[in-house]
Design a protein around this ligand. Structure first.
Ligand code: GLA
Ligand code: ZN
Length: 669
């Protein structure tokens, strides 16, 4: 596989909009800013194939040659995210039908049915044309298929394919009825052609989570197939060029784990809201890194300045782009790419930030910041590439579980899996305790500590695997709403937490849902010396009856005052904890800190609050990133260790101060 020898820096270039002279100016500015990669032609299908089967690639040939003559590589995108008008007009089947049953018309990008055979035929054809021309072009660094997949469709083609997909999954209609538990509410189906897609036209189905769940799995599989339809064509011409797509930062809709299995590397677009705290952004990087078992990934997009689609589009503060860029690299990104290189004159994104703004020159704050960043990244050469984070703690995260939790009617309408995962993650991240976010099929034995918040859906033998992991000496943490259902979201008979109750040594009988303004208390008896303190908790309260486990804390209020809310079970050589509620941030921070200490997991260096530290290790180097997210100066203490400051080519050791928003990139010896 072709590998990069530097951090790619640059981004989406949409030259369909520009004349020759503008493009020439861009080349000069790109060079000045240290741009070494352009992503194109993401939206150019209409220009490349103005009539069915009639291709016009000459302009792109020239453009790629021009870019390459400036020493800039390209990541070539198949332009299939924006089908041309003729395609929608001639073959209306390519247009999607929405959840309300409305047939949509042409006009938008990412607006096609992923199951349309005509769409796939034309998409594969243009991918073939591109691959034929460019698969061996020296400028080509990677293929980028389409753009931010994620269109749901409920058209007749999808309806028919859904039934086939179900037939493949369940075999017979009897088995489907059993797995869907259709005997409740008399929803029995006799033939596959009686199964309807879950739309607003039959909204009783919306209350049966398993149909929704299967639809989301089906949509993911269909999208992955749609990706493969083009990827396989690209690979055929040159298997050495890595193929990916850019996943949307809004990641709930498609099971990105399934998508990731089809990619040579993960690519994702990072657009934090101005109000997102640093840990929330870091968590998304962690999720993306975990998709391919810790392999480094491409940061395919971020905004050089404000966006246009937030409700209030704050300017990126001075230094903010640099800080976000290094945060991405610190968590496993090997590239630093942006949307977009030149701000468009009109259209939906005319006010979206860009490398080069409407002024058209380099004399702007953002361009200067970009230039400085480009220079710094170039100085790092290939030092950080492919470096891996070495975490001994992991948080389990799963899309099917996410959907099932949130599709479930009860116990609370406020179920927000990502937010709850982020609370646990925050407790690690804000103490710089290295943690991976892992897939459900990840090998647990790689870790000393595994935390599985809200593990509602038991699949892939996870119960047995966790039991084995603890037996051999691992430490495991489960929370409220665990061990409830199987892969079809059918409750597992026997006490909660189902397949986990042996390892946890408890029985959960009931779960209370608290209103947003309500609190209960966790009265701690003993845990890592956090004695006799009480901490607030909210949201859900599992009533735990320990069987083998010890009670570490009990509820302080309500009729279940005195009933266990936190337990520990010693099992084999390991320990398994259960937190039956949603504890306060304060509790989690202290508790996770102590839990890690108990497992021998520590922060690499001591630092002031708000200073983020990670390190990436490869054969080449062990590189430490220190990021000060505070508004004021802070510190980090390297004690006796001496490290090489890669950005300033000087040595550091002892207690070092770091300016507000600043970043240190250091090589360990
Ligand atoms: C997405 C798309 C880009 C662009 C940006 C704007 O990530 O992939 O084409 O629209 O959003 O923020
Ligand atoms: Zn469809």
């Amino acid at each position: 596989m072709k590998k990069a020898d530097k951090i790619y820096f640059g981004g989406d270039y949409n030259p369909d909009q520009w004349d020759e002279q503008t493009i020439d100016e861009d080349m000069k500015l790109f060079k000045r800013a240290g741009v070494n990669l352009a992503v194109l032609p993401v939206f150019s299908w209409a220009k490349l194939e103005p009539l069915e089967g009639e291709y016009h690639f000459e302009w792109l040939d020239q453009l790629i040659d021009k870019i390459w003559s400036h020493g800039i590589s390209v990541c070539l995108a198949t332009p299939t995210t924006a089908q041309p008008a003729w395609l929608s007009k001639k073959y209306p089947e390519v247009l999607p039908v929405d959840i309300a049953g409305r047939k949509r018309t042409h006009g938008m990008r990412v607006f096609f049915c992923v199951n349309s055979l005509k769409y796939r035929e034309r998409a594969a054809a243009i991918a073939d044309e591109m691959a034929k021309r460019y698969a061996h072009h020296p400028a080509l660094a990677a293929w980028h298929v389409s753009n931010e997949y994620g269109t749901s469709c409920y058209c007749p083609t999808c309806q028919a394919k859904f039934r086939l997909w179900l037939k493949k999954r369940y075999g017979t209609i009897e088995n489907l009825n059993k797995m869907w538990h259709t005997s409740f509410w008399g929803r029995t189906v006799y033939e596959f052609d009686e199964i309807m897609l879950p739309t607003e036209l039959n909204d009783d189905y919306r209350f049966n989570p398993v149909i929704q769940l299967d639809y989301m799995r089906f949509l993911t599989d269909s999208t992955a197939e749609c990706f493969e339809n083009e990827a396989s064509v690209l690979r055929k011409y040159n298997p050495e060029i890595p193929v990916m797509t850019n996943m949307s930062g809004y990641i709930r809709k498609l099971d990105q784990r399934v998508m990731a299995d089809h990619l040579d590397m993960v690519g994702w677009d990072n657009y934090p809201a101005p109000t997102d705290p640093p840990y929330f952004v870091a968590m998304k990087h962690e999720i993306m890194r975990g998709l391919r078992h810790g392999q480094s990934y491409w940061l395919t997009e971020q905004s050089p300045n404000q966006q246009n689609w937030q409700p209030y589009n704050k300017l990126k503060r001075p230094g903010e782009v640099r800080r976000l860029s290094y945060q991405a690299i610190a968590h496993g990104a090997d590239t630093c790419l942006f949307f977009q290189m030149r701000q468009s004159a009109a259209g939906q994104e005319q006010f979206h930030g860009a490398f080069i703004n409407h002024g058209g020159h380099g004399n702007t704050r953002i361009f200067r910041e970009m230039t400085a960043l480009g220079e710094e990244l170039a100085s790092l050469k290939d030092k950080v590439l492919e470096g891996r984070i070495q975490a001994k703690a992991a948080i389990l995260f799963d899309w099917n579980n996410w959907w099932a939790l949130e599709l479930s009617s009860g116990p609370s309408q406020d179920m927000d899996y990502l937010k709850l995962i982020s609370k646990y993650y925050q407790a690690f991240q804000e103490q710089n305790l290295p943690v991976d976010i892992i897939r459900m099929d990840e090998e647990l034995e790689k870790y000393d500590l595994v935390v599985a918040p809200l593990l509602h859906m038991m699949k892939e033998n996870i119960g047995e695997r966790i039991t084995g992991f603890v037996e051999k000496g691992g430490t495991f943490v489960a929370t409220m709403r665990s061990g409830i259902a199987d892969e079809e979201n059918r409750c597992i008979f026997g006490d909660y937490p189902g397949p986990l109750n042996k390892v946890l040594g408890i029985r959960v009988e009931e779960t209370d849902a608290l209103r947003p303004e309500e609190r209960n208390m966790m009265e701690l008896r003993e845990a890592f010396g956090m004695r006799e303190k009480s901490y607030a908790c909210d949201f859900l309260c599992d009533l735990i009856y320990p069987e083998k486990a010890e009670t570490l804390a009990v509820y302080g209020q309500d009729f279940y005052k005195g009933i266990a809310c936190l337990t520990r079970n010693t099992f084999g050589k390991g320990k398994a904890y259960y937190i039956g509620t949603n504890p306060s941030e304060e509790f989690l921070k202290e508790w996770v800190g102590n839990l890690c200490a108990d497992c021998g997991i520590m922060a690499l260096y001591e630092a002031a609050e708000g200073v983020e530290i990670t390190n990436r290790v490869s054969q080449k180097a062990d590189v430490v990133f220190v990021i000060n997210h505070n508004q004021e100066k802070a510190w980090v203490d390297f004690k006796e260790e001496t490290l090489l400051d890669l950005l300033h080519q000087s040595e550091v050791s002892g207690k070092v101060s770091i300016e507000s928003g600043d970043v240190l990139v250091l090589e360990r010896k």
